[in-house]
Design a protein around this ligand. Structure first.
Ligand code: GAR
Length: 208
């Protein structure tokens, strides 16, 4: 199995989905790393018997120093791929270059729409008819790496930030273990700044 690290900052519901699918998948979670000491997801990891690490970004002088420390911890656990699951820190090229082609992120919007924060609010305010999530390879560009898969949801009259978040997360918990397993099984690759799925370059993202 491919050894992965899951990086979190909060609740860890995507981490839980990855844990729940691990037995049937080609990945094993060798480390859960949080930048927040009280992230709820740390308890989920402990319950599953997964090693955890806390690296509080506030204890570092610079993003570069923080990223360098993260690389050391992750590499010391013999990790092959990094899965960002609600990890809410901007990463420097030190980190993104180190894990280029072997790091995924899940983002709650239909990229390239709404990189950054408050995606549900922004979709509502724009009166979008659809919304969703994107899973992409991480490059040095924030939420800008090539998209692998998207899942769409319809926005209705009475949707709120909360209802959209819930709908998107239902899809996230299906999509992220699936795509992580593609990476672990070798079906998914990153070559020449492009996504390759089963040895064919993707021209548009896969739809869940
Ligand atoms: C997820 O919805 C994920 O898409 C989002 O944070 C949430 C984490 O939830 N990620 C980002 O906004 C990244 N910029 P979780 O902790 O329950 O998995």
């Amino acid at each position: 199995k491919m050894r992965i690290a899951v990086l979190i900052s909060g609740k860890g519901s995507n981490l839980q989905a990855l844990i729940d699918q691990a037995d049937q998948a080609q990945y094993e979670i060798g480390l859960v790393l949080s930048n927040r000491p009280h992230a709820e997801g740390l308890q989920k990891a402990k319950k599953a018997g997964i090693p955890t690490a806390i690296l509080d970004h506030a204890q570092f002088d610079s993003r570069e120093a923080f990223d360098t420390a993260m690389i050391q911890i992750i590499d010391s656990h013999k990790i092959e791929a990094v899965i960002l699951a609600g990890f809410m820190r901007i990463l420097t090229p030190i980190f993104t270059d180190h894990f280029l082609g072997r790091m995924l992120n899940i983002h709650p919007s239909l990229l390239p729409k709404y990189p950054g924060l408050n995606t549900h609010q922004r979709a509502l305010e724009a009166h979008d008819k659809e919304h969703g999530l994107s899973i992409h390879f991480v490059t040095s560009e924030l939420d800008g790496g090539p998209v692998i898969l998207q899942a769409k949801i319809a926005i209705t009259q009475d949707d709120t930030i909360d209802s959209l978040q819930k709908k998107v997360q239902v899809q996230e918990h299906i999509a992220y273990p699936l795509v992580t397993n593609w990476l672990a099984s070798g079906d998914l690759m990153f070559k020449n700044n492009q996504v390759w799925y089963k040895n064919t370059p993707l021209t548009t993202p896969i739809q869940l």
